[in-house]
Design a protein around this ligand. Structure first.
Ligand SMILES: [Zn+2]
Length: 434
């Protein structure tokens, strides 16, 4: 063995156990009660060994808007937060990833990364002929919007255009991920939070999700609902799953943490689309996780410059930066509601890896990459936006006390360090290769 991790608590697919985890050439080769080795990493009594998290919803914005975020800063934040794999969204960068040439430009921009990085492609009006080449070039699936995306170079598709794309993508068995808010239901926002919330009501999500369910039924394609906020839509998704349609859903740490009642006018760091809703809605989302209707929890890390996040709720950029904080944020809420770390690992590592077909990620078991988080679940900390690694110091978690500290992050058997030159480098992943 190159290395053996020894811990009282290891989160495995069989539950939380005391064991040794043996690593050779960056892969897990043994999970056993005891492995003899001169190279043992002993975890402290207050630490738990988790698999590295897989965050399939990250906007890196590089190239083109690298003043918002870049690959170096985003992946440093990921590593500090226990995330060892990210999949980058196709928009907010310029050019958006809607053709192979743009994917190649993005891969070049991602020259220096601290964790493994994969890429989503995009569906926009007029790029049908680019989908198969992008699929073959290794994107993990395709994102589309059913209403204005927030940036003009990534236009929305109509449901008719989405249906045509889904028919083609069904033949490739490719995954389509949808920003599901209905363009005809969403209105222009007022400057205050109540007005913003009312402009993007639950009905907008419910309608769009119903449309995606219907298109999934008609085309046989695999679809996924991004950043579910409206808990009313849980019954729609539950029925679709009962029907064995191939549809999944995610929610995000901010919908599970914050409530509309606590957001004051002017606190635009809380602005995201769809919006954070009422306390009762938040509890229903936790129930959706408990029932398995929501499959995964990923960050939707969508930063911008400090200036663009300022102003009022009608004008500020809609997006929350939380890549480094997802694990403690979700663990804090999960613990309060009686969930275990095994649940958090299922939502944030195992299911996201499975969702995008990353066979070697998302669990501590033989054959997987030796990607680990050494996590101290009972230690608390107060979030300081100035100490986070993403590019611009804005986050609604600033000043909040969270449970759970990431003490170490390991990528393919090497500890990631923010200072050592010997720190491992992330790989650029292609679908089907890892
Ligand atoms: Zn997003």
């Amino acid at each position: 063995m190159d290395l053996v991790f020894r811990a009282r608590r290891v989160v495995t697919p069989q539950g939380e156990i005391a064991c040794d985890v043996g690593v050779v050439d960056g892969r897990i080769v043994a999970v056993e009660p005891r492995i003899d080795s001169p190279n043992v990493v002993h975890l402290n009594d207050d630490e738990v060994l988790l698999p590295g998290l897989v965050d399939t919803h990250v906007h890196v914005n590089d190239p083109g808007r690298s003043e918002w975020e870049g690959f170096e800063t985003a992946t440093r934040a990921a590593a500090a937060g226990g995330v060892t794999t990210i999949i980058d969204m196709p928009l907010n960068s310029i050019p958006p990833t809607v053709e192979v040439a743009a994917l190649e430009i993005k891969r070049k921009a991602a020259a220096t990364v601290s964790v493994d990085v994969g890429f989503w492609g995009g569906i926009v009006p007029g790029n049908l002929a680019d989908l198969k080449p992008l699929h073959e070039a290794g994107v993990f699936g395709f994102k589309c919007f059913l209403l204005h995306s927030g940036v003009d170079e990534f236009p929305a598709v109509t449901t008719a255009e989405l249906e045509t794309a889904l028919r083609q993508l069904a033949t490739l068995d490719a995954l389509t991920i949808v920003h599901a808010e209905d363009a005809h239901t969403v209105r222009d926002s007022e400057p205050d939070y109540a007005g913003f919330l009312a402009s993007r009501p639950r009905e907008a999500e419910n309608k769009a999700i119903s449309d995606v369910v219907e298109l999934t039924r008609r085309t046989g394609a695999r679809t996924h609902i991004l950043h579910l906020s409206s808990s009313d839509a849980l019954s729609i998704l539950e029925a679709a799953k009962r029907e064995s349609l191939r549809i999944t859903a995610e929610t995000c740490p901010h919908y599970l943490t914050f409530t509309a009642e606590e957001i004051h006018d002017g606190q635009t760091e809380f602005k995201c689309c769809p919006p954070i809703r009422e306390a009762e809605n938040r509890e229903a989302l936790w129930q959706g996780l408990r029932d398995g209707v929501i499959d995964l929890v990923v960050s939707d890390h969508s930063p911008s410059t400090v200036e663009l996040k300022e102003g009022d709720f009608a004008t500020a950029w809609g997006g929350i930066a939380s890549l480094q904080l997802g694990l403690p944020a979700v663990w804090t809420g999960a613990q309060e509601r009686g969930f275990q770390l095994t649940d958090v690992v299922r939502w944030m590592a195992t299911h996201p890896a499975r969702q995008v077909g990353l066979a070697t990620k998302g669990a501590i078991e033989v054959g997987k990459d030796a990607d680990f988080v050494v996590f101290a679940p009972d230690e608390t900390f107060v979030v300081d936006k100035n100490k986070l690694h993403h590019r611009n110091p804005v986050t609604p978690y600033h000043g909040r006390t969270l449970n759970g500290v990431v003490r170490q992050t390991w990528l393919r058997g090497k500890e990631i360090s923010q200072t050592r030159a010997s720190s491992p480098k992330g790989k650029l992943l292609r679908r089907g290769e890892a």
